[in-house]
Design a binder for this molecule. Structure first.
Ligand code: SF4
Length: 389
């Protein structure tokens, strides 16, 4: 038995035989999906300040150079997204900026906030006002932070990346897997639909990948809250000399994810970073969030594919493509859940204001409910016409 440390809590126990079994899994051993999904979002990098310095990351900016979106920028971006038919406001930001980010802290104070989390909550309210469902990715989160953000969000996320102690997280401000595991557990305790995932190729071994997937599966078994696991390969960029893992490594890891996780947990690959068409027989059933109005601020050198390309990927797998909301079906209130979807255990999973928006009269509620219903698979012809309106 391997014990993985969890900050402030009991360790996650991983059965060594389960690790061995997972290491033997190949794509031929896992079922293929009968449909694929994606989410249409706007990407909001609320701040590029981060207390950590992961060596593969081009998202964070050093003190003095970090940005802080204004409320007006948040509102204008969300409005454009809603006009383009998006459903999700994806807030991705650096982990709680430390005291060296004097400008960012001053900016937050000028806006009337004593922390990035207070401002993130306000930004979520703006997104809801504009008709989008917030999905928040602020890095490590305490129970208190999750409780503060839950009422204004539909779902949350934090990449585990790996449970291994890798040099890519090294330095004086080291990102700790134990903190990420604590965040995933705390989200489960708070009944928050949660997204996490692996970053492949940052110095971890196949065994580390197996342990990471089994740790996620164990936390999900306790709380039923992990809605999707992303298998993301590292990509070359100007800050690092990491090389993209070969296709066979990614294929095996995706298959391991499918084998390690129960069927209700989606396995996602990001279509702007992955060799996606080569992965469709490995258990992938979600193509993540793509945006018609904003770039991928974490990987700005890798453009989102058009929805036509997503349809083509699904075609390669011989399955239809559907749009989904940032919170998966099983976490939606019963009146918005499709017949036949196995619901998550009783509880108010989606935050109160986000639930209210899905139920609301008017154009935004109608748009969100139409996506939740999945009336028909994506028709790229209709989609292209809508984009040109
Ligand atoms: S990967 Fe995330 S935690 Fe690491 S430096 Fe970049 S923004 Fe910060």
């Amino acid at each position: 038995m391997t014990r993985l440390a969890v900050a402030g809590g009991a360790p996650v126990r991983i059965d060594d035989d389960a690790v061995e079994r997972l290491l033997r899994v190949s794509p031929a051993d896992v079922p293929t999906a009968d449909a694929m999904t994606f989410s249409r979002n706007v990407f909001l990098p609320l701040t590029t300040a981060c207390r950590y310095t992961c060596t593969y990351c081009t998202f964070y900016d050093v003190p003095g150079e970090a940005s802080l979106m204004s409320p007006a920028e948040v509102r204008e971006t969300c409005r454009r997204g809603a006009d383009a038919g998006c459903t999700e406001a994806l807030f991705t930001l650096g982990d709680d900026p430390d005291d060296r980010y004097v400008d960012v802290r001053r900016g937050l104070a000028d806006l009337g906030h004593d922390s990035i989390y207070g401002y993130l909550r306000r930004a979520c309210e703006i997104a809801l006002d504009e008709g989008l469902l917030p999905h928040v990715n602020p890095g490590d989160m305490s129970r208190e932070t999750i409780a503060r953000l839950k009422p204004v969000s539909a779902s949350m996320g934090a990449m585990l990346e790996t449970t291994a102690d890798v040099d890519a997280h090294a330095g004086g401000r080291r990102k700790e897997p134990a903190e990420r595991l604590a965040t995933i557990r705390a989200a489960g305790e708070a009944s928050v639909p949660f997204t996490t995932g692996l970053l492949v190729g940052i110095g971890e071994t196949p065994r580390d990948r197996a342990e990471s997937l089994l740790a996620i599966a164990a936390l999900h078994a306790d709380h039923d809250h992990v809605q999707e696991v992303i298998v993301q390969n590292v990509t070359p960029n100007e800050r690092s000399d990491f090389t993209r893992p070969d296709v066979e490594t990614v294929r095996r890891t995706v298959a391991m994810a499918r084998a390690a996780l129960p069927p209700e947990v989606s396995v996602q690959v990001p279509p702007n970073l992955s060799p996606t068409r080569s992965l469709v027989d490995c258990g992938v059933d979600d193509l993540g969030g793509v945006s018609p109005v904003t770039v991928d601020h974490v990987n700005p050198g890798y453009a989102w594919p058009a929805t036509e390309e997503l349809v083509a990927v699904a075609d390669t797998a011989g399955v239809p493509l559907y749009e989904r909301l940032p919170a998966y079906d099983r976490y939606l209130p019963a009146r918005h859940r499709r017949p036949g979807v196995d619901p998550a255990p009783d509880g108010e999973w989606v935050g109160e204001r986000a639930r209210g928006l899905v139920s609301a009269a008017g154009v935004h509620g109608a748009r969100l409910r139409a996506v939740a219903r999945r009336d028909a698979p994506l028709d790229p012809g209709v989609d292209a016409a809508r984009a040109g309106d």
